[in-house]
Design a protein around this ligand. Sequence first.
Ligand SMILES: [Fe+2]
Ligand SMILES: [Fe+2]
Length: 165
Amino acid sequence: MDILKLLRKDHDEIRELFAKLENMDNDNVADVEDTFSELRSALINHAKAEEFSLYARIEEVGETRKYALEGLQEHDVTEYLLSKLYGMPIDDWENWNASVKVLKEVVEHHLHQEEKVVFKAVKKEFSLVEREEMAIKFQDQKHSQLVSAPKLTKYKVYEEFKSQI
Ligand SMILES: [Fe+2]
Ligand SMILES: [Fe+2]
């Protein structure tokens, strides 16, 4: 399997989660929280495994090195925005939505850049055999890390607190 196919598949899943999150309202905050947790795990798992398999390899080659360095910076920005959202109460709906929108814009730009520019360069510089080796690394890394977002956020803590009164 070509790593580029695996990465695109993940990208589509991430896009679907954003679309799901965007169509939600604040009637059911727990659902929003669950979808956000899923999105957060998907983003972190994808980025870390991508860094380990694709970026680690392409930064060794002059033609593609800059893409790995730029991509790492964008992953850092994404992680910063995710941590900011993680600490934000969802019932502050206006600010929550504004932050989700900015996160989506940053991630969309990043995915688009990878698909339209980076993957093309990778296809040019690396053979299918090399891309298959990267795919094995990507899958192994993804399975070993399994970063799952902590389920308990401020909202759930508050709900549990209320149910005990
Ligand atoms: Fe990616
Ligand atoms: Fe990426």
